[in-house]
Design a protein. Structure first.
Length: 153
């Protein structure tokens, strides 16, 4: 049974790893998009008044902060252990938490991309991209953490 438990955990971990890597690969794609558009002098967004652009900037930063807080809250709720849970259920919880974490870690970069496309705020794109990279690094699935949480040797 321990072999089955270990295989289940390993299988779920690989799925979480693939999802996290897919999100991580998307981040340089956003950089390419921004750099190509900037290099060609293309601005997609409408010419917003400065006050509107500033309000949009603050709003998107607020949404990014909310995504980080939501990530922490939901992750904690998902991975809360119950005494009667099966090893398969524990592995599923880790997978769910990892996928949710990867998706929410990408949100600041996507908002930075939106901010660049809408208003042309180049520096803000990179600030929010760094936030996403930090979250990905912080919550990237690590097998050692998974096995210790699941109580495996």
């Amino acid at each position: 049974m321990d072999i089955e438990r270990s295989q289940s955990l390993s299988r779920m971990y690989r799925l979480a790893l693939y999802v996290a890597l897919a999100v991580l690969v998307a981040l340089p794609v956003y950089v390419l998009i921004v750099e190509i558009l900037k290099g060609r002098g293309i601005r997609l967004g409408p010419g917003l008044p400065a006050a509107t652009a500033h309000a949009l900037r603050l709003g998107l930063y607020g949404v990014a902060v909310a995504a980080v807080l939501l990530l922490r809250l939901l992750r904690g709720m998902i991975i809360r252990k119950k005494p009667d849970e099966s090893p398969d259920r524990l592995a599923q919880k880790l997978l769910q938490a990892s996928i949710l974490t990867s998706a929410l870690s990408e949100v600041p970069a996507v908002l930075g991309l939106v901010l660049y496309l809408a208003v042309g705020f180049y520096r803000d794109f990179y600030i929010l991209l760094i936030v996403s990279l930090f979250l990905m690094f912080m919550f990237f699935p690590r097998y050692r953490d998974w096995t210790s949480w699941a109580g495996e040797p």
